[in-house]
Design a protein around this ligand. Sequence first.
Ligand code: PYC
Length: 332
Amino acid sequence: MARKTFFCIDAHTCGNPVRLVAGGGPILQGRNMSEKRQHFLREYDWIRRGLMFEPRGHDMMSGSILYPPHDPENDMAILYIETSGCLPMCGHGTIGTVTIALEEGLITPKTPGQLRLETPAGLVKVRYTQEGKKIKTVKLTNVASYLEAENLHIMCPELGELRVDVAYGGNFYAIIDPQEHFPGLQAYTTDKLIAWSREIRQQMNERYTFVHPENPTITGLSHILWAGDTLHQTSTARNAVFYGDKAIDRSPCGTGTSARMAQWYAKGQLKPGQEFIHESYIGSVFKGTIEGETTVAGKPAILPGIEGWAMVTGLNTIFLDDEDPYVHGFQV
Ligand code: PYC
């Protein structure tokens, strides 16, 4: 019998789960997190599937594994694991991971109140606030985010032809604003949004190629962001972000918020100094800001600031046992 044990700490960021693997993660080869991600995908993806999919996880499950930084100036390095795969970057995952790591004493920041994190998509800087042992807010400055393409057209079952923009915020997003054609998000059930998203993602990836111009390991459109009416008057916009095969993000989605801000910025609808309060499908909120302006392969880009909060929910020691027919998880 071979049984692997993973010591996990669970949390949620504004409603979306984060499972931090604090012990039991594999030793990975690579000079940076992008290379380590490739090694993980080649040899250890069974760990992701076992810890994220049913029966140990569920459709929305998302998590991370911590590694020592490659550059001694930085505080830690993060690998993201999720039902959707091994993301280059995950915003809600970062907010949850930072909260867990600080509250549970997994890291000691070089500078109190600040962290420098190596992610597969690049360096992410963090500022956090604390009351006693509790982390109250985590604000990350994400990787450069930009509008990749606009006014693409795609056929959606039932909704017909839709206009789609594609933006990068650490992952590639198709951004669809159904209000241009139909009433707001509340008009659709999650089952419909999920089924349409799966179909649209497949069509988009068959028809177009998405590769990050500065990191060719970041490829493919993985997420669909449906824009919609806000629930609260104080919010700027609301979304339902689809990922994996059956997930709608319960948080406002950090990389999705970054992509949406980059889209608005490129169209002149968002300027440095303006806040972008982004609501999730369940009404939880991230505060978005523009922390810097830059370019990616000649395209105007921003460094999005994303602020949110997370709550640690418990400790979870998980076994992956070879005798279990569902050791590597399943999806229905
Ligand atoms: O917060 O970036 C995010 C994210 C990606 C997938 C789910 N959440």
